[in-house]
Design a protein around this ligand. Structure first.
Ligand SMILES: [Zn+2]
Ligand SMILES: [Zn+2]
Length: 261
């Protein structure tokens, strides 16, 4: 079972890193999640929820950073793939908080629609090969699911806007904070070649578009990358791979726009 291997891998090397004073990136080896909000503040949110076995580490990290028994105001999901919603059932129940997602992703977290099976033929890498064994059926958190506001505001985060970055999935979103140019890109852009297990484990820094085996619309994915590039972000935090900043980020984004095939 591919996803069991991915989970086992993740469990042994979980870690976290503060990349900006109010953003903690939680790393589950194959995927990241973020806590946004200053340490010890009461106002913070969780972006994405890692894999199915990530909940304990997320709760531990929350209590360490924000105090015992604290909980985020909300969970925001970039999209509904299994490596982003892995712990959302457990966490939304334990914390009893709303889970925001784009309108077009709602069917996948309310038990109405399944994602298509991953396409292993897009790449020769091991993760691409085992990708058909990844969970693709929808979860059901109807009692907590909420649609993101129409005006692109992000609940509880007044400095942030959500931007629609479809292609990887129809309702994929990224989160952008203009004042310091931080973008949480989800799977719109990866900085590791996610299709190959070796490069995931080594976290070798190759910028790549979205993980190919799960991406449904490559034209839209390309436009989303252009959209992100045009914002001229200063720091990009992807769900897969390491954050990139400064000139390196600009160069990588230009490269991606010019070489998207
Ligand atoms: Zn995805
Ligand atoms: Zn992903």
């Amino acid at each position: 079972m591919g996803n069991k291997l991915v989970e086992a891998l993740s469990a042994v090397t979980t870690s976290s890193k503060e990349v900006v004073y109010d953003i903690l990136v939680l790393k589950f080896t194959v995927v990241t999640a973020c806590l946004i909000g200053e340490p010890n503040s009461k106002n913070f949110v969780l972006v994405d929820t890692g894999l199915e076995n990530s909940a304990d580490y997320i709760i531990e990290s929350v209590e360490k950073r924000y105090g015992k028994d604290s909980k985020p105001k909300a969970i925001i999901l970039t999209h509904g793939h299994f490596d982003h919603v892995g712990s959302v059932i457990k966490l939304s129940q334990i914390w009893n908080i709303p889970v925001y997602i784009h309108n077009l992703e709602i069917p996948y977290i309310t038990g109405k629609k399944d994602y298509p099976l991953a396409n292993p033929k897009v790449d020769n890498g091991l993760i691409a090969k085992m990708s058909p064994t990844f969970p693709h059926t929808s979860i059901d958190i109807s009692s907590h699911a909420k649609v993101l506001p129409d005006d692109f505001s992000v609940p509880f985060l007044p400095d942030w806007k959500w931007i629609h970055t479809p292609g990887h999935t129809d309702g994929h979103i990224s989160l952008y904070r203009e004042k310091d140019g931080v973008i949480i890109a989800g799977d719109a852009i990866s900085t590791t070649k996610q299709e190959s297990l070796l490069s995931v484990v080594m976290q070798s820094e190759k910028i790549s578009g979205p993980p190919k085996y799960l991406t449904t619309n490559f034209n839209k994915a390309e436009n989303s990358i252009k959209h992100i590039r045009n914002l001229k972000p200063k720091l990009l935090i992807p769900s897969h791979g390491k954050p990139l900043d400064g000139e390196e980020l600009t160069k990588h984004l230009d490269y991606l726009v010019n070489n998207f095939n």
